[in-house]
Design a protein around this ligand. Structure first.
Ligand SMILES: [Zn+2]
Length: 503
């Protein structure tokens, strides 16, 4: 979910983006060694061995280990100063036939002036980096010799993050990254490689006015976190379970798009087991009951979607009450706005429940199956909105009428489902038009599709779509191709009613 911006605030954002662009040429990161002021050498903890090999091909070719980028992040957070010193290692194996002569890194912290300060960036395996430069929120570098298929590039970065203060302002796009009095959020906080698309190159988009713009490759994460100035009762929600080694907190997450953390001295932490998965709720103290409702809803949704789509791929899911007015998904962790908790009415007929089901579904549509969130946001948002309906059908059919009326029909959704986040719509309420088309009309489309092809074909299709695109970035073409493999029903009139581009 994203809220709309007012015209004035959009102008401010435009000026801000222009400012970033102006700075881009002048702020190319220096590849020189870190200064003593900005890069306190970080102690090297001894890491426990990774549970399974994830990068090097194994000796048994019939079960090759997945080849995906690996991120090793060692970070020291100065809690009272809201600053983070980070050492990052990225290991990338090039899998495309064509050689690679340039590498891109996405650094979303560059959206916030002064938040990201690079100390060093160098290649420690594979070609050396030359012509390192910043463009928008990306760092680009040329390789001094081409990287060929099967070869490895390993990058070492050190940088300092000064977390931005998160101030809620009516109408402004809610900010997830940064700190407020009661919550510090580390989301999209590290440099990452965008997906490399053979024949096209690195796939990275600029932010839009609403919606998400990132495209993430399935990756492995190893995170080591130390906190200085830690307040009493600090509780940390993360994308993966925590283990302690002395001063270090350690996390491993394999097969994920992102690794997120949320810290608060106010969290009330409760857990619940759902099969092999441990669910964690992190709510503010006066929302204990709502936190329990969220936990129950997430457990039900996790069980349902595991049966309908594919088993949940992790052993951990954290549901975090957000100190901002939005919901937001990451692998193994999602945020739900305190606004939904405030309005808890004790029944399933409310946004707190609908949005818990929605954000849980993102673990599949965003996590297991990635998509281009900027250009084809419907591939996760329409499916997650419709997953809310599947939740109500199964667990709270008495609230189904409420869901259709309050969540969908009230807005009289219209507009092509395959809209991008960049379409200004030329309307007074661009966010509303975007949401109505992509989320709500997307759900209407899926309901009509299901009626037309029948439950059996519909759920077969969803399973096939998830299984064929597991760990990949699915496209609309994949969606339609698999759909046409599942059913012989004449789909063209329906598709042309809801989509501007029907392949
Ligand atoms: Zn969503």
């Amino acid at each position: 979910m994203r809220r709309r911006l007012t015209e004035i605030q959009r102008d401010i954002l435009t000026l801000f983006i222009a400012f970033i662009l102006t700075l881009a040429g002048a702020c190319a990161p220096s590849p020189t060694p870190p200064s003593s002021e900005t890069a306190t050498p970080l102690p090297s903890p001894t890491f426990p061995p990774s549970p399974t090999p994830t990068l090097a091909p194994t000796s048994t070719p019939e079960t090759p280990a997945p080849i995906r980028p690996r991120y090793t992040l060692t970070a020291i957070l100065n809690y009272p100063l809201h600053s983070l010193n980070v050492q990052e290692r990225i290991t990338y194996i090039h899998t495309a036939e064509e050689t690679l002569d340039e590498v891109w890194l996405v650094v979303d912290a560059l959206l916030y002036p002064g938040a990201f300060e690079m100390d060093s960036l160098q290649s420690i395996r594979g070609p050396a980096l030359t012509n390192i430069r910043q463009e928008r929120t990306w760092i680009k570098a040329e390789l001094d010799s081409p990287l060929r298929k099967g070869e490895t590039l390993e990058l070492d970065l050190t940088y300092r993050l000064s977390l931005p203060a998160r101030v809620a302002q009516e109408g402004l796009r809610p900010q997830v990254f940064g700190w407020s009095e009661r919550q510090t959020n580390l989301v999209d906080w590290y440099a990452y490689l965008p997906p490399y698309i053979p024949g096209q190159g690195w796939l990275a988009h600029p932010p839009g006015y609403y919606g998400e713009h990132q495209v993430y490759e399935w990756s492995d994460f190893k995170v080591n976190l130390q906190i200085t100035g830690e307040p009493e009762n600090l509780t940390i929600a993360a994308s993966a379970p925590e283990s302690r080694q002395g001063e270090w907190r350690q996390y491993f997450l394999e097969g994920a798009r992102t690794f997120a953390l949320s810290l608060s001295p106010s969290f009330v932490h409760t857990t619940r087991q759902a099969g092999a998965v441990t669910l964690h709720s992190y709510a503010f103290p006066y929302h204990k009951t709502a936190g329990e409702r969220v936990l129950n809803t997430a457990a039900q949704a996790l069980d349902l979607y595991s049966r309908l789509f594919s088993p949940y791929p992790h052993e951990h899911l954290a549901v975090v009450e957000a100190d901002f007015l939005d919901g937001m998904e990451y692998d193994g962790l999602f945020f739900l706005s305190y606004g939904f908790y405030n309005l808890d009415n004790g029944t399933p007929a409310q946004y707190l429940v609908a949005l818990t089901a929605h954000e849980t579904a993102h673990q599949w549509f965003y996590g297991v199956v990635g998509n281009d969130q900027a250009l084809q946001p419907w591939l996760d948002e329409a499916l997650c909105t419709y997953a809310e309906k599947l939740y109500y059908e199964t667990y709270a059919p008495e609230a189904l009428t409420w869901w259709w009326e309050a969540r969908v029909n009230y807005y009289q959704p219209r507009g092509y489902v395959d809209d991008s986040i960049y379409n200004p719509h030329g309307e007074a309420q661009p966010y509303r038009a975007y949401r109505d088309a992509v989320y709500l009309n997307g759900a209407v489309f899926l309901e009509e599709l299901r009626k037309q092809i029948g439950d059996e074909a519909f759920f077969d299709f969803l399973r096939m779509y998830v299984n064929e695109n597991r760990g990949k970035i699915a496209s609309a073409q994949d969606f339609f191709r698999i759909l046409r493999q599942t059913t012989r029903a004449p789909l063209q009139p329906l598709l042309e009613r809801f989509f501007q581009n029907v392949p």
